[in-house]
Design a protein around this ligand. Sequence first.
Ligand code: IMP
Ligand code: MG
Length: 180
Amino acid sequence: MPIVRDKKIEVLFSAEAIARRNLELAEEIALGDLRDLLVVSILKGSFVFAADLIRALHQAGLAPEVEFISVSSYGAGTTAGEVKLLRDVETDVSGRDVLLIDDILESGNTLRFVRERMLERGARKVAIAALLDKSVKRKTDVEADYVGFECPDHFVVGYGMDVAHAFRELPFVGVVTGDA
Ligand code: IMP
Ligand code: MG
């Protein structure tokens, strides 16, 4: 079991498994009906997944534009689910086919908020790609069009995801199981 920052980490999804899945997802996306694709990576958690997925999209024959949006969620675990826009996209999304990329789809509050922002600005289509789907935690009607893996109901870290700003650099997704 890997030990990082004096913590034992159980690997849930290895770097190799994620890389293979990203290629499959890119093929699925390329077979879909998104045209002139604008990818919007939801910061911070999705930056590693987005970086790998856009290169997989290139291998699948697509040439996406790339944007970033930064949001923060308040009241996690509550019904409020308030989401705040911290940094907006710079591109005019009206008439565009947008693929939102996030690390985890949990309650759905984050992706619902960003999807609404894109639709109210006239995006032609908004699709969602999430590396992980914690479907048992869903509190909205948001579903992803493209899912990497169903995620067990644990707090996961790595591959861009953090706990208290740590572990984003891990090449795999894992769960902190205790002190080393
Ligand atoms: P939602 O708005 O409840 O769907 O939450 C999604 C966001 O919460 C994701 O974009 C992540 O940033 C964060 N998140 C949810 N679960 C985890 C986890 O297990 N590890 C790290 N971040 C998480
Ligand atoms: Mg996030």
